[in-house]
Design a protein around this ligand. Structure first.
Ligand code: 13P
Ligand code: SF4
Length: 303
């Protein structure tokens, strides 16, 4: 199918409708290329909270579009591909969280933004991979922290705090299954190349990393490092932006299997159709929105 006219058609529609296109670094390259704002989860939440556009088109997955809607209730937030979810976000239910709270009544609940709106609404504060340590250490009144749903982010955060961290058992199926053997093999093939990894990777893999950070952190690290070759331990979509920003450097994915199928669901056609038909509108019930807004805005107040 010939897609050559689509980017300009989408840009025209965005302008006509006073809409803004937010995209995550894991989106398809052609979507990253036409986004108004490209970023990690934290940067995109901040932009969603302050945009003056009437419509936010979110090229990402559901939890990201929900966060935009929670933070900007007066805007229309569109998720072009309705079924783009996040398996990690689905690894905890409200019943699970209620039971964990009963088990640890003195723990504060810190919820990774990769979670549903209803879980956010039951939380004390949210965090992203870019600010988890800062968020946890900001909770001066709490010595015990229940971190949900990503166990790896929780274990990573535990290294930078003297609070007791109780990790939930969730994991990202893309990052969690990267193995230390895979990392070692790539490191042997490219001796001296630093390894940049996302904190959703397992502890064994993070042990081997020279840099650990959010997608936005990895983008910055790649720009700033003097290294000419960097091994990348996160979803493959980020390679597009890394190459674009640093044409003189080489980026080596630690594995060719690191594709988040949900992130790749959205196409240019979906974005065009969502603008033409104003679909699929993200809606959050008011009481859920109030609780989730409290947890998200408490996090954003720290940025
Ligand atoms: P970032 O917040 O680092 O962009 O990560 C989002 C995500 O879904 C990682 O898998
Ligand atoms: Fe969720 Fe993992 Fe995909 Fe990120 S990469 S959206 S955590 S499944």
């Amino acid at each position: 199918m010939d897609n050559t006219g689509l980017p300009s058609e989408i840009r025209t529609l965005l302008k006509e409708k006073n809409a803004v296109l937010l995209a995550h670094y894991y989106q398809r390259g052609e979507i990253q290329d036409i986004a108004d704002i490209l970023g990690d989860s934290l940067a995109l939440s901040i932009e969603a909270a302050k945009t003056t556009a009437d419509i936010i088109v979110f090229a990402g997955v559901r939890f990201m579009a929900e966060s935009a809607s929670i933070l900007s209730p007066d805007k229309t937030v569109l998720l072009p591909k309705e079924e783009a979810g996040c398996p990690l976000a689905d690894m905890i239910t409200v019943e699970d969280l209620e039971a964990a709270r009963r088990e640890h009544p003195d723990a504060a609940v810190v919820t990774y933004v990769n979670s549903s709106a209803e879980i956010k609404a039951q939380s004390d504060i949210c965090c992203t991979s870019a600010n988890a340590v800062k968020v946890v250490n900001s909770l001066t009144g709490a010595q015990k922290i229940l971190m949900v749903p990503d166990g790896n982010l929780a274990r990573y955060t535990a290294k930078f705090t003297d609070k007791e961290i109780i990790p939930w058992k969730g994991y990202c199926p893309v990052h969690h299954f990267i193995t230390a053997e895979e990392v070692r093999a790539v490191q042997q093939r490219y001796p001296g190349a630093p390894f940049a990894a996302h904190p959703e990777c397992s502890p064994a893999v993070l042990e081997m990393a020279d840099f650990i950070g959010s997608t936005g952190g990895i983008i910055r690290y790649a720009r700033e490092t003097a290294a000419a070759r960097i091994i990348i331990g996160t979803e493959l979509g980020i390679i597009h932006q890394l190459k674009k920003n640093n044409p003189e450097k080489e980026f080596i994915p630690v594995s060719e299997k690191l594709t988040c199928v949900d992130m790749k669901e959205t196409t240019l056609e979906d974005i065009r159709d969502s603008l033409i038909e104003t679909k699929h509108i993200v809606t959050i019930p008011d009481d859920m929105r109030r609780g989730a807004h409290r947890a998200l805005s408490r996090m954003l107040a720290l940025s």
